[in-house]
Design a protein around this ligand. Structure first.
Ligand code: AMP
Ligand code: MG
Length: 527
């Protein structure tokens, strides 16, 4: 098997400074963006799921992706000529505190390839062994967290949300001890590797780290690299970067970030660990850890038990956190700008632009032709109050809203989306009926037919989301050696907006047994 058609571009390693030390030992890495490091070989690699569609679009032939060599590549047991693996150096604010140097502690980048269909894409193995950034950890990833990343990133992609992607899910044959809930119940777990794919794995923290060390030269190199490679439309024609070029880049990062967060709010995705080392410079959802999906609409919910006390990264705080994170990025690039005012103006615009995108998004969820001004905001806010007042399944509610017809019995229509029927007081019923009347009046203003409205709403309100318990069921089966549920969910989530009636059991609300179950509503950072 040749793979000889792959065109390795490797722009990052050829344009940015490498760590001069090559021993794979933990250390502080300065004046460098990455360290050379090879993946650790594994005892018995096996491919348990392949993202055939992505493999095809990246240019791997069916024979190549079915080959033993492909499995070896996807588990770090083989390299192709042209692959020069490395780990990135970055820092970050974790839960609001500056954590200093972090870096790819268990992610190893294999290569950047230039593909006909997707342009430049870097292939990265997550869980491929220790790197100079592993600190006190082992560089490995367990099967459960790998399944969660593998399924969720592709579900997000098919929901139309910017995200890193996942090409393959492999077992390594090795095992590692993990204390899943940090409660003293450590267990041996199977190790796995996901091959992630993205045009860029640079994070806010990639720029923050050199900035924190006063290394302005590296900050400048990184920002210019990001402009040249990921925001080429901002590249100055005469190659002379100016303050305005850097500001335009920062505005573009803000723009991509707000777009991403609005999508998260649209589908009920809670990232769970929005540390600045987990914020992509190209505005992709990255680092799927203790993320979760909203079942009952609750702006205060976070799946991450490590964040239980503060709930810093709760559903309803994601915009504010993204803003806080962008402030940190603004501070990091300050030496390139040297003026507070334009950065402050960009941050004020961030809130304004976010609001605009959120309003458009909510209008589309409700089936309005366009956002019509402040009276619409009142409709959105009253609805969110209603959804939160009694436990209401967010995903089911919006799909049912699309088929709601004037004057039909509200409780009967929305019956299947309530978790606690005893909460449905007369007062609540009256509020819902009032809201629906107001909604109907607003709809008649647009004059769309019922069919048109339903069609447009079902394009933005998914029928299927990767409810936490669905991923957990796939994990439990896989831990028994049955990988069929992974395949089934992967296929289901290729069309999350389609009815797929034969699979509608996957659209049901969270079953009662999953309400407080570990893995379903409670997840830790252990992975
Ligand atoms: P995360 O919270 O997953 O974004 O991880 C924060 C930092 O810890 C990153 O630098 C990761 O690379 C590192 N890290 C997480 N898990 C491991 C592990 N098992 N081995 C080495 N480094 C890890
Ligand atoms: Mg991370």
């Amino acid at each position: 098997m040749s793979f000889s058609h792959l065109e390795f571009s490797n722009r990052l390693i050829s344009q940015l400074p490498a760590d001069s030390e090559t021993d794979n030992v933990c250390r502080s890495v300065e004046n460098a963006v990455f360290s050379w490091v090879s993946p650790t070989s594994t005892s018995q690699p096996s491919l348990i799921n392949l993202n055939q569609t992505l493999a095809d679009t990246l240019g791997f032939s069916a024979a190549e992706s079915a080959s033993e060599q492909f499995t070896n590549l996807m588990t770090g047991n083989a390299l192709l000529d042209g692959m020069k693996p490395y780990a990135l150096c970055y820092g970050g604010h974790q839960f609001g505190q500056w954590a200093g140097q972090l870096g790819d502690g268990r992610a190893i980048n294999l290569a950047e390839i230039n593909t006909a269909q997707l342009g430049y894409q870097t292939l990265q193995l997550k869980g491929a062994g220790k790197t100079p950034y592993s600190r006190r950890a082992d560089g490995l990833a367990v099967l459960r967290s790998s399944i969660r990343e593998y399924l969720c990133s592709e579900a997000m992609f098919n929901l139309g949300i910017p995200t890193t992607r996942a090409l393959s899910l492999c077992l390594t044959g090795d095992q590692v001890i993990r204390d899943k809930m940090y409660d003293g119940n450590a267990q041996l777990e199977p190790c796995a590797i996901v091959c992630r794919v993205s045009p860029s794995f640079l994070r806010f923290g990639s720029i923050q780290l050199p900035a924190s060390r006063g290394d302005e030269k590296l900050v400048k190199q990184l920002v210019e690299f990001s402009i040249n490679n990921d925001y080429p439309h901002l590249k100055p024609k005469n190659k002379n970067f100016t303050v305005e070029t850097y500001l335009n880049w920062f505005r573009a990062v803000c723009d991509n970030t707000s777009t991403m967060i609005v999508h998260w709010m649209r589908v009920g995705f809670v990232h769970g660990v929005m540390n600045t080392d987990n914020m992509s410079l190209i505005g992709e959802t990255i680092d799927y850890g203790p993320y979760g999906w909203i079942d009952d609409f609750d702006l205060g919910w976070t799946p991450n038990t490590t964040d239980e006390g503060q709930k810093r990264y709760r559903f309803g705080a994601q915009f504010q956190v993204s803003q806080w994170n962008l402030f940190q990025l603004a501070n990091a690039i300050f030496p390139l700008i040297n003026e507070v005012e334009p950065l402050q103006a960009t941050m004020s615009d961030y809130a304004i632009h976010y609001d605009k995108k959120w309003q458009q998004m909510m209008a589309s969820k409700l089936g309005f032709k366009e956002y019509q001004g402040i009276s619409d905001v009142h409709i959105f806010q009253t609805l969110e109050t209603l959804l939160a007042e009694v436990e209401t399944d967010m995903t089911l509610f919006y799909r049912l809203l699309a088929t709601y017809q004037k004057d039909s019995d509200a409780l009967n229509h929305f019956n299947s989306c309530y978790y606690q029927k005893e909460q449905l007081t007369t007062r609540y019923q009256q509020s819902l009926t009032d809201w629906l009347q107001r909604y109907q009046a607003r709809l008649s203003f647009d004059g769309l037919s019922a069919v048109e409205r339903q069609k447009s709403m079902n394009q933005v309100n998914p029928k299927y989301v990767l409810r936490n318990y669905l991923a957990q069921q796939a994990i439990e089966r896989a831990e028994q050696g049955d990988y069929s549920e992974i395949e089934k969910l992967k296929t289901l989530f290729t069309k999350p907006y389609d009815e797929q009636p034969e699979l509608s059991v996957y659209a049901q609300k969270r079953p009662d047994w999953a309400r407080d179950k570990v893995g379903c509503s409670m997840l830790s950072c252990s992975s």
